[in-house]
Design a protein around this ligand. Sequence first.
Ligand code: NAP
Length: 449
Amino acid sequence: YHMLKEHPSSLVDMYEALPMPFGLVRYGVAPDHPEVKNVQNRFDEVARDARFTFIGNVKFSKELKIADLKSHYDAIVLSYGASQDKRLNIKNEDDSIRNVFSARTFVGWYNGLPQHRDLQPDLTCSDSAIIIGHGNVALDVARILLTDIDELSKTDITEYALGYLRKSRIRNVTLIGRRGPLQVSFTAKELREMMHLPNTRFHTDTELVKTELSANAELISQNRPLKRLMQILESGTSKTVGEKSWSLKFLRSPVEFITRDSSDPSQPKFIKAVKFHINKLEGPPDNRIAVSTSVIEEIETSLVFKSVGYKSTPVEGLPFDEKKGLVPNVKGKVLDKNGNEFPGLYVSGWLKRGPQGVIATTMYDAFETAEIIMSDIQQNKPMLSDTIDNCPKMGAEAVIPILHERGIRTVSYDDWKKIEEKEFEVGRRKHKPREKYSRVEEVLGILDK
Ligand code: NAP
């Protein structure tokens, strides 16, 4: 958007792995937050620009390499986000255990992300679930598990997820964090929404909350967002009526997943409990860290979600900072392993600054990346290595035929609009905004009709 607006002779092509555009807006934003998805209208506006081309159903780094692009573009912006989970590094984390999910996969599942379509969470085996982590994604998962099904069925949540949630027995959800009340990562609006969930009580360790609030009164008074958050947390402790409940437990770090004995050794074992270390907080008030005590607690459960953040992955041959989990850059300009500018290579979004922040944050950092591209052009800096010849680059016009030769079925924005029209049509029949297609073959099938 920014490039097209500010640089009238630029052409922008967007390559996307799925046939459907919108990434995290479609597959990450909760279905009961439709107002956040309004940004899709802006995306539509960009796509209508004659200087923009969407090329869907192309897997970058597998079907399309950076070498394929180099001679056809002046600049490439890596913007493929954070598609993996941060690790807990605890015992049995890598075993395949039934009913232990990352929040990321569960969110992808209810939102129709093809790769998680067949997750099959068992929401009927008990009435309680635990979520590890105190971020907004953890709150999203808790809210989806506890929201009245009639409310959810008016949203664009997938019909198969609604089927599972309709049968769900989950009534109590516990969110377990490693630090204290002042260090939670979720934000005021999202916490307030949880506190207003109909028919749902709230529990927490009120003594700990009181002690932490009075011990840190000065710090809280100087930080308005924290003050608002703590006020909501405190007022929530009076929410004691409701058939369902959610709670916040603090100062606990997971150390082990414990499984049930299984009668069928060929099947993955079911989760039985999570073992936690109880922590104490150390360090200065504005930078408290969790330090394990020797006290252990085992919490029985049949359903666990790990919600401890997302992680980006490297693309072979391109710079990546493993420690920080992002592409090294200055204001979006990629740096190579020696810290020098990588000509013509840029980065934006969670891949640029880590998996933090809402859509507005991501938009501003994308603008910053666009600004740096334009400034490099103005300064005549070298762009992609093969392209110093100053010839106009052909972009998608040259790349799409290469993809077709490789047997890849590319999807255009007009194709997507056809798919979307079908989604609206099926949605209308179900009194939903849309019914998302969640299988790639099905989508391509529609286009082939
Ligand atoms: P997040 O905000 O980074 O929260 C991650 C949580 O996991 C924190 O409580 C963190 O605790 C904990 N954690 C990390 N490593 C851990 C470990 N090894 N053991 C135990 N706990 C651990 O991440 P997120 O919830 O995935 O959200 C990602 C971003 O998307 C955030 O910026 C969020 O605000 C945004 N988002 C926004 C919305 C919305 O606006 N409605 C919805 C969803 C997501 P520590 O603080 O101690 O590290």
